[in-house]
Design a protein. Sequence first.
Length: 450
Amino acid sequence: MNPRLTLASSIVGAVIVALDGTVLTVAQPMLQRDLGASFAQVQWTSTGYLIAVASLLVFAGRLGDRYGHHRLFGVGMLGFGAASAGIALAPGVGWVIGLRVVQGVFGALLQPATLGMLRAAFPPDRLRTPIAVRTAAIGVAAAAGPVVGGALVAGPGWRAVFLLNVAPAVVFGILALAVRRPPRTASPARLDLPGALLLAVSLACLVHALVGLPGWARTAATAAVTGVLFVRHERRTVSPLLPPDVIGSPAVGSALGMLVAASAALSGALFAGTFLLQGTLGMDAFHSALVSLPLALLMVIAAATCAVLLRRAGARRTTTAAMALLALGILTLSRTGATPALCAGFALVGAGFGTVMVAATHVVVREAAVESAGVAGGLQQTAMNVGPVLGVAAATALTGSGDGPELPLSVLAALALAGAALGRGLPGREGATIDDHGQSRDRTRVPARR
């Protein structure tokens, strides 16, 4: 597939997943009433999907490295679309929960592939713009999701929300599988199935514990034990699930840590901010949505301009300044009740998060060799799935302390500020490019002595 078609496929795949999550939140209350479901059952429509997708992302990325990212993307899109159509026809909430888990499995297949395809289609020094465009599209989907979901729920009903993804998923899924590509030689490295199982159990139990479902202490202990066993296994196996060239890179580790910190701070701030706007300040849902609109707008603008910042200032300065902006925005929300100041706070949050997301993702994908691009994409997506769960869990615990939303917002601002320190592990201005095998080549020519 040519680079333009690959970029379009990557954008559509990322937007479908982002849109699905945002519109579901709007549809859940009517879904609960229509199917006579309990609150716990409705919660599982989100939790079941999240556990499935988070536990399989890295292994799915490894499958893409071995068998081809376009192939995994096509299968993932078709399965995601079929599961969405099934949910729209589901006769009961049990079917919805089960099909959401299936949707999570196929979502795990397609998400790392959206980044792996970009790494394979574009040279490393041209990845900034495609990743920025992809991130801006995700921001637009996140902003449009509640509006589109609300219109569909108020009109045709909640089932129409799940039909939204079917047509683009089928079209781009078939396209990815039908387009001819050069013959691909499978990687000689064996799939690390024991490692994949240990990591899946660890991440699934971690998400279950962070969500705070009954039995969370037991699943937290299980996550810790299986996590230790996974690390031990990876150190001893000949073909590890996480290749040393990816997991051993200080830049990749720093970028992943920043993604977790930034997404945790953002999601936790949005959770606490809802209580601030609609509880403490007494705004209705529509008014609070208008006040928070600058977040989505600035996220899109920041993502679109981040490629220029990366080229001129480098990843280290860009991400450090962006994390500071994110912290300042959250701190502003915790200290004011005036509408103009709240809008400014949300704008700073959007600008900071949009920039961090593009810059850190660019580092993760660019530093990985083509042969490990799927694993790198899986790690990036895992960070972007675990971070929000961690942030909402922290905000929930702090909000329940009785001090109101100001305390969790202040703590989340401190988390974002602490995450800025991870920027020291990122590269500065790009004086070197990376070839298709992940090897650095100095682009600066030293004049010969005369």
